[in-house]
Ligand binder design. Structure first.
Ligand code: ASP
Length: 339
């Protein structure tokens, strides 16, 4: 186990800045140290609470798969989170449609897309993996399966999200865009802390040295009904290879799908790239293909390798991720970015 001081000393001076508790350190991480104990990392600041739930399983030598499912259930059930699960912003027809996937250390995976009325799409995805011969169920088929498995049908559109959608309808410009963080969706400024996107992608390494990952989102706000992003697509929004590591993504799903982003990050790590460098190369792949549009959108990748080293990189500033291990349960790291 390493102390925080050693952790900071073990890092070089060219990477992401670390924020922990109320303190912000000026130290930088290029490559986090090799860790021989469990760790869980996840996208955005809401990853802190999700990691805490996952940690309860990891610290007791539980399986990474159970940890990531439990972890991402936290933002899924949180009505104040407008981009994941219950309380998520609807599509342009006012329907909350959810995308999620999960992958374990054996390469098993399950996924649901455009699923309505179910608070925990990640758990439905897990059952697709465990109880069907398939990888992915979508729309009404996914709902039918969920109901057969005993999930409750619920109204996921909460009043604040409905209000934001009705505001959006006044102009209803169909231009789904993934904004740069803190620049709220235009033309409608969303009330409170609502954002028009952001996915929770979570990666965990357990005490047995096994990796799993989960990814869940309500996707891009005011998307076309039926639009599916990267988050439930194995290889795009999430990929795990227990020999190498795992990766997940957030941001404009279409660009991540076009570049099979998370698979790319894992394959780069297989070639020896440290996690942050692998994420950076995947971001650069997007930018090189579309230099103009890419500068206006956000895509962020997060990666964890088999040694417990992690890193991230985004196109735009503002992407953060949460890290939880035996040393610190509430670490928030600002990712490096192209911009
Ligand atoms: N990747 C998600 C999607 O395209 C949105 C996000 O993570 O910001 O649906």
């Amino acid at each position: 186990m390493i102390s925080r001081r050693k952790f900071l000393a073990a890092t070089s001076l060219t990477g992401a800045s670390i924020v922990t508790g109320n303190k912000s350190f000026s130290n930088f991480v290029k490559e986090s140290p090799v860790l021989n104990s469990p760790i869980v990392i996840s996208t955005w600041d809401f990853g802190i609470a999700a990691n805490a739930a996952a940690w309860q399983i990891l610290k007791n030598k539980g399986r990474a798969l159970d940890a990531v499912e439990k972890g991402v259930q936290v933002p899924e059930a949180d009505p104040t989170n407008s981009s994941v699960g219950y309380g998520g912003l609807p599509d342009r027809d006012g329907r909350v449609t959810l995308d999620a996937c999960i992958m374990d250390e054996l390469g098993n995976c399950g996924s649901v897309a455009a699923l309505e009325h179910i608070m925990h799409p990640i758990s439905v995805a897990r059952l697709v993996m465990e109880k069907t011969p398939h990888v992915m169920l979508v729309g009404t088929g996914a709902l039918q399966f969920a109901l057969e498995q005993g999930f409750k049908k619920e109204n996921l559109l909460i009043p604040s999200s409905e209000k934001a959608w009705k505001e959006w309808l006044k102009n209803a410009k169909y231009q789904p865009e993934i904004n740069i963080e803190n620049k709220l969706f235009s033309p409608t400024k969303l009330p409170g802390n609502q954002f028009n996107h952001d996915t929770i992608g979570m990666l965990a390494l357990d005490a047995a040295g096994n990796l799993s990952g989960a990814c869940t989102t309500s996707g891009m706000a005011y998307k076309m009904h039926g639009r599916v992003g990267d988050s439930p697509i194995i290889g795009a929004g999430l990929y795990i290879d227990n020999e190498v590591g795992g990766a997940t993504s957030t941001g404009v799903g279409e660009e991540v799908i076009r570049n099979v982003g998370s698979f790319l990050v894992v394959e780069l790590m297989r070639q020896g790239y440290p996690p942050e460098e692998a994420c950076k190369e995947a971001v650069m792949r997007i930018i090189r293909k579309k230099p103009n549009t890419a500068k206006e959108i956000q895509v962020g990748f997060l990666a964890l390798n088999k040694k417990g080293q992690y890193g991230a990189f985004a196109i735009q500033k503002g992407f953060s991720y949460a890290v939880c291990d035996a040393n610190d349960q509430k670490l928030l790291v600002k990712a490096n970015s192209y911009s």
